[in-house]
Design a protein around this ligand. Structure first.
Ligand code: ADP
Ligand code: MG
Length: 644
């Protein structure tokens, strides 16, 4: 590692991504077989974390690698591990013993890591990689272990199960990886991980990879790693780490209210709100003005000169909010833009990146807020990948927050006016009115306040949540926990959806998804009986073609629900069910987003693990840590199939 690019404090190295040394895989000392496989996979050059950790791991050192999601940590540990195994097997001959164990937090991540190992081990003979995770049958895993797998990738819970059954023998282990260590700890696997660590040979090599370094990881690394080299890759990402990305889930009809609320609570300077059509620019700007904001619109129909004048207006602070289409705002460079609001979701990730690049300029910090309807939520992942940065969920400011802000401002305005204006003339007027009409001054002041408000209410009510969640006791009057013993409401039928406890769905998320996507009112949704891998839901027997179509594409926790009548047939009047998992029918948007895949890096998976789709909140905030481990182990909401 060239001196000038690293800060070296004993064995800890911090690398700024942009300053990472330019090396090729071939220069890192990787075994030829693994190198060939890498060239087949098509990676051009090592990512910064790979360039830094691969040589250390090849040397046999323990390593702690810290880098954001999507930075290529899997290959950073898999490539050197395989490379060492290949060479060991040249020396000692083939072996069936498990030499590499990777612990990963979820089934999906375990599967992904196993896939990566398999592809990098393509040219290694007699080599097999076995994923083991909870929530699936033991049979095939036991058979795989009996046959012998040199690499085992597993979730901690299931690995412990196999250890205690005696089906997994770690006595020949050479190399242990804790992947996504922060996530494993967050999911309550700390004890399991330590238990596994304590059952492995002392002389093994350990690699710990994580996006963050909480104290618990530091402790584990101190206790179980042998003088580890610590590598941190700090990314200065393209979108600028100084732009914070958030999304707000909101239904179309509530976007305007949501925007005004967001604008009331956010401390903004200049704002660009992006909409999809020219008409929408004018429309939204007018509505914002009507609500007291200083706004203007630009779109492609407005002559260039006038557009430039408008942009000048934003720059000079003559107004604060510019409502624009992508075309009209291209290349726009106004330093005071503190916020980009994606009022309508952009057509592709490329435009998203361009849009949010309008803020965070000249080293300032910026905020990007994306309004997303429930059915657009699956697109978040593509955005995270494109920006290599997570998009955090934000929540609509509550009526309480807004109202207390408004009351505060109202009072402030009175104080300000009293202090700065000569109110003498009006005082006399009020005094004479008070006498003449025998009305107390407070009443008069109240009437004047109404006048000052211009007919707008001062306070707001809470907006309905998107999507609408189920009342708590719904399940009780539904099927109950023992199955559909109750009688169906007339005109209803029992449907089956392909998500259940394994996906950690909650009745609320099911009602929310079905009501929202299927255009049903929540009262049309009857009993809900959540089983281990599916759920029975009572819905109207007659679903329209459109409802059927919409529901066939609905995902909960990232999984297609594959709605079907519980008797296996589709309801009368509906069109053929869209059962094909590949036919996700998302139209042009999907394709455009899909085209973005070549970028290679994947962002955001880990952050969103259980966050995708509906039912996310319940997943993470669920009380009672006691039963968390098996549920997570059994399958998470993170869904590799939902990959874009
Ligand atoms: P992390 O574990 O850091 O979140 P992954 O290991 O899952 O990241 O890698 C993210 C994506 O980047 C994967 O699709 C992977 O195939 C790809 N990738 C990894 N290394 C490289 C590389 N050197 N060049 C191009 N793409 C890579
Ligand atoms: Mg990873």
């Amino acid at each position: 590692m060239p001196e000038n690019t690293t800060k070296n404090t004993s064995s800890s190295v911090v690398i700024e991504k942009e300053d990472a040394p330019e090396v090729t895989f071939a220069e890192l000392g990787i075994d030829g077989r693994v190198l060939s496989a890498l060239s087949d996979v098509g990676y051009e050059k090592p990512s910064p974390i790979q360039a830094a950790t691969i040589p250390l791991l090849l040397e046999g050192r323990d390593v702690v690698g810290l880098a954001q999601t999507g930075t290529g940590k899997t290959a950073a540990f898999a490539v050197p591990a395989l490379s060492r195994m290949a060479e060991l097997m040249d020396l000692n001959g083939p072996t069936k013993n498990t030499q590499i164990l990777v612990l990963a937090p979820t089934r999906e991540l375990a599967l992904q890591v196993a896939e990566a190992f398999t592809s990098y081990a393509k040219y290694m003979d007699n080599f097999s990689v076995l994923p083991v995770y909870g929530g699936s049958a033991y049979g095939p895993q036991l058979a795989g272990l009996r046959r012998g797998a040199q690499v085992v990738v597993g979730t901690p819970g299931r690995v412990i199960d196999h250890l205690s059954k005696g089906s997994l023998d770690l006595s020949h282990l050479q190399y242990l990886v804790l992947d996504e260590a922060d996530e494993m700890l967050r999911m309550g696997f700390a004890e399991d991980v330590e238990q596994i660590l304590s059952k492995t040979p002392d002389d093994k090599q350990v690699a710990l990879f994580s996006a963050t370094m909480p104290g618990a990881i530091r402790r584990i690394s101190k206790q179980y790693l042998n003088n580890p080299a610590e590598v941190t890759v700090k990314s200065k990402t393209t979108t600028g780490a100084n732009t914070r990305q958030r999304f707000l889930q909101v239904m179309g009809a509530h976007k305007l209210d949501a925007l005004t609320r967001v604008l009331e609570v956010e401390e903004f300077d200049g704002v660009i709100a992006f909409v999809r059509t020219k008409m929408a620019t004018e429309d939204l700007a007018d509505k914002l003005k009507a609500r007291g904001f200083q706004a203007a619109a630009i779109n492609g129909d407005i002559p260039q000169q006038q557009r430039e004048r408008t942009i000048e207006g934003l720059r000079d602070g003559r107004f604060d909010i510019l409502v624009a289409t992508d075309v009209a705002a291209r290349g726009l460079d106004v330093e005071r833009i503190s916020h980009v609001i994606n009022y309508d979701i952009p057509h592709d990730t490329e435009s998203y990146v361009h849009r949010i690049g309008r803020t965070g300029r000249a080293g300032r910090s910026g905020d990007a807020i994306l309004f997303i309807t429930p059915r657009e939520k699956y697109l978040l992942r593509a955005i995270e990948k494109a920006t290599r940065q997570p998009v955090e969920q934000m929540h609509l400011p509550s009526a309480e927050t807004i109202n207390s802000l408004r009351l505060g401002k109202f009072a402030e305005k009175i104080t300000e006016t009293l202090a700065s204006q000569d109110v003498g003339k009006f005082r006399d007027l009020i005094a004479s009115y008070e006498q003449e009409h025998d009305v107390p001054a407070s009443e008069i002041a109240a009437a004047l306040a109404v006048m000052a408000q211009g007919g707008q209410p001062l306070l707001v009510n809470d907006l309905p949540a998107a999507p609408e969640y189920q009342k708590k006791d719904r399940a009780k009057d539904g099927f109950g926990s023992r199955g559909p013993t109750r009688t169906l409401t007339e005109g209803n039928a029992t449907y089956r959806i392909a998500v259940g406890r394994r996906q950690r769905v909650m009745p609320g998320s099911i009602v929310g998804a079905i009501a929202n996507e299927g255009g049903l009112s929540s009262s049309q949704i009857g009993g809900i009986d959540i089983r281990s891998d599916h759920t029975l839901v009572e819905l109207p027997a007659e679903l329209s073609k459109d409802q059927w179509r919409a529901l066939s594409k609905t995902r909960i926790s990232g999984e297609l629900i594959n709605l079907e009548l519980d008797n296996g047939r589709r309801p009368a009047g509906g069109s053929a069910p869209y059962r094909d998992r590949n036919d996700r029918g998302q139209g042009g948007f999907k394709k455009k987003f899909d085209g973005d895949r070549s970028g290679g890096y994947r962002g955001g998976d880990r952050e969103r693990g259980a966050e995708r789709g509906y039912g996310s909140d319940q997943g993470h905030t669920g009380q009672g840590g006691g039963d968390r481990r098996p549920r997570h182990d059994g399958g998470s909401n993170f869904n590799s199939k939902g990959k874009w």
